[in-house]
Design a binder for this molecule. Sequence first.
Ligand code: TYM
Length: 334
Amino acid sequence: KSIVLTGITTTGTPHLGNYAGAIRPAIQASKNANVRPFYFLADYHALIKCQEPARVKQSSLEIAASWLALGLDTANAVFYRQSDVPEILELTWMLTCVTAKGLMNRAHAYKAAVAENEETEGHDPDTGITMGLFSYPILMAADILLFNAQQVPVGKDQIQHIEMARDIASRFNHIYGEHFVLPEAVLADNAATLLGLDGRKMSKSYNNTIPIFEEEKKLRKLINKIKTNSLEPGVPKETENCTLFGIYQAFAHPHEIEEIRNRYAEGIAWGEMKQILFEKINAEIAPARDRYEALLASPGHIEQELKDGAEKARAITVPFIKTLREAVGISPIF
Ligand code: TYM
């Protein structure tokens, strides 16, 4: 069976970008009998960006409820919380010791933080940058390599991290022998990065997201808030870089997308396009919305699912970390 693995950072309410970029393709993949899925809540990753404990907790609950409401079958998929599998941290250190600092210097998230500092005159480029942010791709490599995942369904923004995980795995294998499979990123079919309300990438960090399970009326309101240019109805419009069109593409069939492309050329009114987009998203999400609310109201059930998942995960990671300890010359734990 091929091993498919992906995670979501628990820093906020899961949004349509997470859904189209990772959750939906991952749930689809989990229905394939030849796949062994490992899906997890990246709560250690959350600490890199968020130092509000209540928010990390609430986000874990919401992300877990989202996966379950959207139909993840935990009889087949191993569904767990990163922090419940401490072997991940142990591997992180082993990998840290074979990772070149120069590789981390090239990571997008770190470079973006430095660039932002450099814009502010007089700022040290490393202001506010923690070692957690700097070495984030190593933690992510440990997530992936500890399960020997072959395929990692992610949005485009994560591709660099998967490539780094491959680099790190090769380096470790070269030094200590062939222990790790080299993972590959898998992009969803219509894998554009979804843009948010303000036209930047939809992201928890930008506060511009459309939550997956926003209540119907609020969903409509949020969609109406999406920024457009000021072209009047009847004036032809570009589909490229259009937030509304990009999100529509992630939810519609190819023939529907073609129809809307023609409507853009004819000059569709933004108000009408927003209505069409709302209906499209709502039709796909509405059936899971009640399940989501019910799950949020029963955190005990979610805890039990995660506990079962952690047990299944550790049945793999405990023996594997033992092998890895031996490989690097560290004695087993008594
Ligand atoms: P995170 O939490 O930022 O995002 C979770 C997933 O959602 C995708 N995504 C998007 N896709 C399309 N459009 C968007 N606007 C958009 N925003 C987010 C992301 O590409 C990702 O697939 N470091 C990871 C979490 C992680 C992980 C892992 C993933 C930790 N360990 C191991 C895979 C394997 C992150 O912060 O994703």
